[in-house]
Design a protein around this ligand. Sequence first.
Ligand code: WTA
Length: 685
Amino acid sequence: MCIKSALCFDPVLAKDDIYLFPLLKPEVSIQKLYQQIVVCFAGNNYSLLKSSPAMENNSDEKIYYPSQAVIEQANVQEYEKLYNWSVENPEQFWAEQADSLKWYKKWDQVLDRSNPPFFSWFVGGKTNIILNAIDRHLENANRNKLALIWEGEPGDVRTFSYHALNREVCQFANILKSMGAKKGEVITIYMPQIPEQIIAMLACAKIGAVHSVVYGGFSHEALADRINDANSRIVITADGGYRRGKVVEMKSVVNKAMELSPTMEICITVKRTGVDVYMESGRDYWLHELKALPIAANKCETEQMDSADMLFLLYTSGSTGKPKALVHTHGGFSVYTSTTHRMVFDIKPEDRYWCAADPGWITGHSYIVYGPLMNGATIMLYEGAPTYPYPDRWWKMVEKYGINILYTSPTAIRSLMRFGDSWPNRNDISSLRLLGSVGEPISPEAWRWFYKAVGREKCPIIDTWWQTETGGFMIAPLPITPLKPGSATKPFFGNVIDVVDEKGNEVKNGEEGTLVIKTPWPGMTAGIFRDPQRFIDTYWKKYDKQGWYLTGDSAKKDKDGYFRIIGRTDDVIKVSGYRLGTAEIESVMANHPAIAEAAAIALPHDLKGNCIHIVAVLRIGYTASKELEHEMIMHMVEHLGPIARPEEITFADQLPKTRSGKIMRRVLKARALGLPEGDLSTLEE
Ligand code: WTA
């Protein structure tokens, strides 16, 4: 049987199975053969699996009720009554939650509403997120509990108790201090998913410095833009990390970025892979060498911070070319992430919790690092690709470490779904109790696969809707909530959220409208770093009379009050769950000498959710060709990063524009999809 036809049966491939592979040479190992099968499988049979009959007979309207076992142990036993009370008494609700945390000094006022949209939470309170994420666990039974289990892609494992995590964080914090790091200073982190990434974040927080983690999929130019915007002086990186069996270099990217960053003075590098890197004397330091010095003491005082002091910046794409840094603070963010994590993910002392996101994403900040550590959880971190070396890498780790809660993205779910049920079936993943999803709408089909093949119909799917700006879950079920596939269900406590029309009128049930948040919440961003006007214009101007926050998403609400998120309505494209601004993509594209003008649009993609499609107008003297398309794709990868790789570039003589010169991306999208072009009355002649 050739591999292609064998795969059509979604086989369980065991080491003893014999397949005839026409090109198989004697030196091809079983591992190589498996990898070839995986590649072939991914490329050719996805659509076959997608429409397997077992998946088609389900209606999206079917309600999935949580099991008695899940309900019985849920941290929160009732939703409606508590929700109603929480929105009538939000300050009391949040004060009660804040009370379960430790403070150096309690707040004088829960919420200061005097200067909207700059709301201030727990005013007068003194804290530091580290006080709750680490320090308090050193005094209780968590001291010797595992805080972090880490597995590298090659299979190496490191674990840290809370005691050990504290030691590592203190050492790192002392090193940063010896480099002159100060309270309020922005420190950039550009790292693979290794323990030091988390340790570096925590060390910054501990000394009151502000971390700015830049996602590793960004290019040196994108990194330099972010370093320069934040005036960052110190960058923390690693020589590289492992991804799909290969080393992804990082220090070399940082070196190039530093050349473009006048404020850069110091780079601390973790040796992870041993690849050759250039180190400049007086600027570059190896972490392991610094750790061997007496400065890296095991104890370090945690800096006392005001509630409103900055904890971190996180850059995200918006609708102009310039990325914006959203600010989160020590007080409100601590309360919001610990509460939402405890209630929604129902965390128990004995749980092993795995949020399989990148710590460089807001999901990683809120729900790998801070929320779970504040709740004293054991967290899991994995360095590499979910399908390396085989598509059951994740399931193997679930079995190996006894993971109870797994939180991931629809993109990852789709990428695992295409390999079929046999891969999760090969492992004992019965320890799982709850599953979560975030980052983009999850299709009912992917939802049901996750529910059945991974959750064995006993784990609720916790579909959480939120944003970098919101800091934590805004719409999400509790474990006790009856579920509808593809719906993030209802608002979290304290939040009034609605779907409205242009004027702010509530739309009818089942109709699409704009998703708005009507009330302040403690996790909300404190603003855009050094750009208050942009913060007002982007989020608060549209419904300024009502004082509502504009999410940038469209949604529908059904008769039971369940929300279904449809997608972005602004110029933001979500690719594999990551946010990219069309303006950012277009400005990189326009730097290519062959390009006169370009427009980026999002087109649906089986795996990534959306992919980037570019329509380009060439300068005179250039001719469209496959080679030029490839060159332009590589131009994007080099200048913005692999995450921004366009799926396709098509060439046009001109772009459709309004009379005021705005590109009508809607028209380009309709054309690309072969749909009616809609109202063209504003189109320029
Ligand atoms: C989208 C990610 C549907 C949405 C935490 C939002 C979702 C944007 C969901 C924020 C979900 C996030 N269902 N869409 N459960 N979660 N989104 O800032 O478009 O990277 O506005 O934060 O992701 O993306 P961000």
